[in-house]
Design a protein around this ligand. Structure first.
Ligand code: KIV
Length: 270
């Protein structure tokens, strides 16, 4: 029997990490084996991100991702995870059409997907929804800066908040999101100085992606940092290994060994 006691990461742990200056770690997870390795490595938060649309399902952007696809992947992640806090990412048009639909879809992540909270993109336009979800007991992580679900109006995947007015707006939004009840905020593709200022002026933790080192935590898309997605690599990604090269090498070796009769050998035959 495994007697090791695994302490689950709680909402309180994440909230308190900021005051105790403990960096928060978050990675995306989409399927059972990957989520298992990520969880066993000691990560704090696993985000079932809508980025799965691009890196796992092969869509051009995150826009086509559906709630059913997200729930399918969240369930697989949940089956693998014992320790990490799991967040389900609300896909495009799952919370924009009406409050009723948003509540129903957020609830699906908790009831069907087994998630511990949800994430949604946006500033002013989601404040009321965050308050409502919180009042129903659903923890919400906010996401501002480069919000990929607005790629069409943003005109591409670009750094946000470089201009004075945009920086002021982002600072105000971060404060209001904290006041509305978000328990943390993802800051994506912001100048490091601006992300630092936001971090130092709000009460909830910031999790940066392309937002410099002064954030309270960091997140990356796991397939990017493991070298499993080669369509493009943003400047902020550090590739910790090159799994796609290792995979290709192994796959080619299998084919070669079958063709030349090396596999299976006597040891692997009955
Ligand atoms: O979907 C995702 O992976 C995300 C992260 C980039 C924060 O939203």
């Amino acid at each position: 029997m495994d007697t090791k006691i695994i302490k689950k990461i709680t909402l309180d742990y994440i909230k308190q990490a900021k005051s105790s200056n403990t960096k928060i770690t978050m990675l995306t997870g989409y399927n059972y084996p990957m989520a298992k390795y990520i969880d066993e490595s000691g990560i704090d938060i696993i985000l079932v991100g809508d980025s799965l649309g691009m890196v796992e399902l092969g869509y051009e952007s995150t826009l086509p991702v559906t709630m059913d696809e997200m729930i399918h992947h969240a369930k697989a992640v949940k089956r693998a995870v014992k320790r990490a806090f799991i967040i389900g990412d609300m896909p495009f048009m799952s919370y924009q059409v009406s409050k009723e639909e948003a509540i129903k879809n957020a609830g699906r992540f908790i009831k069907e997907g087994g998630c511990d909270g949800i994430k949604l993109e946006g500033g002013e336009e989601v404040l009321d929804l965050i308050f409502t979800l919180n009042s129903f007991g659903i923890p919400v992580m906010a996401h501002i800066g480069l919000t990929p679900q607005k790629v069409l109006t943003l005109g591409g995947y670009k750094v946000q908040g470089r201009e004075h007015d945009a920086a002021i707006r982002l600072k105000k939004e971060a404060t209001k999101l904290a006041e509305a009840g978000a328990f943390a905020i993802v800051l994506e593709c912001l100048p490091a100085g601006l992300a630092g200022e936001i971090t130092e002026n709000i009460s909830i933790p910031t999790i940066g992606i392309g937002a410099g080192r002064r954030c309270d935590g960091q997140v990356l898309v796991t397939y990017d940092m493991l070298g499993l997605f080669d369509r493009f690599r943003p400047k902020f990604v550090k590739q910790y290994c090159n799994l796609s090269a290792q995979m290709k090498e192994s796959l080619e070796l299998f084919i070669k060994e079958v063709k030349n009769g090396e596999f299976p050998d006597d040891e692997r035959s009955f």
